[in-house]
Design a protein around this ligand. Sequence first.
Ligand code: SF4
Length: 347
Amino acid sequence: MTPESAASRPPFIIPFFIVHQGCPHRCVFCNQTSITGQAEGAGQITPRQVAAGIAARLDRPRRYPEAEVQVAFYGGSFTGLPPGRQAELLAAVAPFLEQGLVRAVRLSTRPDCVDHGTAVFLADRGVRIVELGVQSMDAAVLAASGRGYGPGEVGRALRNLRGAGLQVGGQLMVGLPGENSRRAMDSARQLAALAPDFVRIYPTLVVAGSALALDYAAGSYRPLSLHQAVARTARIKAIFDACTIPVVRMGLQDGTALTQHLIAGPHHPAFGEMVLAWLFFKKVRHVLRQRAGKGGCLTMAAADESIFRGPGNLYRQRLMALGLLTGVEVVFEYGLPRHTVRVHWAG
Ligand code: SF4
């Protein structure tokens, strides 16, 4: 295993959930208990438990032992915790960092809980990656979602973190209250202009125990359909792709807790794959429309066969229904880079 290939492996993450800790209030869509499966009070993890948890996880065999080990604090607003609490949790990781057993700490927090001093404090204690729950860059959407900050705070937080040498990820949501397609695209463009190191995009779901669940029951909030959420996420991804900002995740991880608490909304275990399939469908359709009906050969990467077909073969059938595959031989080739579409027209 070369250093390059080790670096290209996704990191091996040891997560600790600090459920809702550090959050100044509850955002309307949020119930971390539903997502993490951990009760709110159960999130009071001690430094000793953090150290023991890391040691236990490092002792167990790993599929890719060469992958970089990171410790993560998720599920709350880490930098909203009292500084002493932040320091003791990070101090629990420090011996593993010093021995090289853990390479970095990553955590998630809110934009309004990061000033210059916070960013330096984190960088000094081995934190390398901070994920900001941006969710939207639209002031009205942020207000309707009960976030309690405006877009200006996102920019400030990002600059403070970058200034301290930290990598910054931005989380965006689609389908928040008050959002529409135009606001979602504007939001993505504004976040892209701030140049985060990577982005995650999540659909807004209605989960039990959230304020949104009450709005949904009262009929004042309607979630996006699965197709709307996929199409909107695809357009947002295209904005970040154009800026070469990696979108590292689309859709929430499936889990028993989420399934049990989900009331409504565009959740699908293969949400990210559906977005990729939608984008690929549009790309292939565009290529085929150039010479519709002329016949020829369409070559794609073998790894893209499933996104070419789409869920339940939907997109292939749609291309056929449009007459765009008439007289076209479809070839899947091993070794081609993903998302390649090559055409050789007849004649
Ligand atoms: S969305 Fe983030 S800041 Fe809001 S309540 Fe949930 S964990 Fe806390």
